[in-house]
Design a protein around this ligand. Structure first.
Ligand code: FA5
Length: 349
């Protein structure tokens, strides 16, 4: 093929492309692309023929061929864009009517839900939230709470020790209850004080349906002038009624905690059998559920925090959050709260 024939052939291909793309005959843009620009397309084959043409003419013809190719590519891409616009997303294989991929919704853990509910109750009663560390020193966990060293009351709360010393050279420990937050709050603030705290605590205990080595407690503290057991009883009773309904009753039994005097265990009437008659497996037929420890803040505790016991008095209470969660959600085994079994967690929203 000589140069003139090559040019004529190029012109014929351009015309043919132009007619095809204008009429859009039966061909879609992809087919046109393949026919003219594909590896074995009409233009590609013509460009390959350039090798037979003398060098001095080949350069100019090559430029002509490349500009024809660029022009065809531009028109094809316009055509593809127009076809896509006309046919909508379906043309690109996207079906917008299909349901989306499922995105499972998470929810708060039952213990978090319970802590939030308890917190709401105390915020309503005018308490503010307080905080304290999980790794405590002996002073805040025991001594300032009137547990002298070697006192047998320490046996009630065996714990885990950390490989670090506190300021007095004693081993740091994982706090056994939330009561150290009483001390930390009083150290930070002058009376009157009305605070609560929820958080994790630890004890060296065997695990069973109602005990764990790590669990959660809520602590409340109110110190002011003339605070009495009557204030404690009203506060606890109001809080319980707010959480479990106005039908519940509370009662106080004498009990011992080194940091309160007098001390009490607070029971709530059983929300399941409501009477104690029959064989309720929750209250074991007694009609009462043990809910928390409480009492008036011991003068030694006030003194440790530089509050004058002659001027100030207060009450404190502490309860296990797992117990509340189990009652609120009808969970019979505490271990279910830690196993993260979705069959359990999905029932609690
Ligand atoms: C205390 O921890 C006191 N600090 C409570 C207190 C605060 C009394 C303020 C007076 C004034 P006790 O050891 O009884 O008390 O624990 C309180 C609650 O924590 C228990 O009623 C129980 O619900 C929960 N609890 C105790 N041990 C465990 C355990 N191993 N696993 C799960 N819950 C527990």
């Amino acid at each position: 093929m000589n140069a003139t024939e090559w040019k004529e052939k190029l012109s014929a291909i351009r015309d043919s492309f132009s007619v095809s793309i204008t009429n859009r005959s039966a061909e879609n843009p992809e087919a046109l692309e393949l026919r003219f620009l594909g590896r074995k397309g009409e233009l590609a084959l013509l460009l390959r023929d350039l090798k037979d043409i003398p060098l001095e003419e080949r350069k100019a013809l090559g430029a002509l061929g490349n500009s024809a190719k660029a022009e065809m590519e531009a028109r094809l891409s316009e055509l593809k864009a127009a076809a896509g616009r006309a046919a909508g997303p379906a043309a690109s294989g996207i079906d917008l009517t299909l349901p989306g991929l499922p995105c499972p919704k998470g929810s708060l853990h039952p213990l978090t839900i319970t802590m939030n509910r308890l917190a709401e109750g105390f915020l309503k009663l005018g308490f503010t939230m307080s905080d304290g560390p999980l790794v405590e020193d002996d002073y805040h966990n025991f001594e300032a709470l009137n547990f002298p060293p070697f006192h047998p009351a320490r046996d009630m709360q065996d714990t885990f020790y950390v490989d670090a010393k506190d300021a007095a050279g004693k081993d740091m420990l994982l706090r056994t209850h939330t009561s150290p937050v009483q001390i930390r709050s009083m150290e930070k603030q002058e009376p009157p004080i009305r605070v609560f705290h929820t958080g994790r605590v630890f004890r060296s205990e065997a695990v069973d349906a109602s005990h764990s080595f790590t669990f959660h407690q809520i602590e409340g503290l109110y110190v002011d002038k003339g605070v009495s057991m009557a204030d404690l009883k009203w506060t606890v009773d109001t809080f319980m009624k707010d959480l479990f309904g106005t039908g519940v009753k509370t009662r106080f039994n004498p009990s011992y905690f080194p940091f309160v005097e007098p001390g009490a265990e607070v029971d709530m009437s059983c929300i399941f059998c409501k009477s104690g008659a029959g064989r309720c497996h929750v209250c074991k037929g007694t009609g009462w559920l043990e809910m928390m420890g409480a009492g008036l803040v011991h003068p030694n505790v006030l003194k440790a925090c530089r509050y004058d016991p002659a001027k100030w008095s207060g009450f404190a209470f502490g309860a296990g959050i797992e117990r509340f969660a189990m009652l609120l959600f009808g969970i019979h085994d505490m271990r279910m709260l830690y196993e993260n079994d979705l069959r359990v967690l999905k029932q609690v929203q």
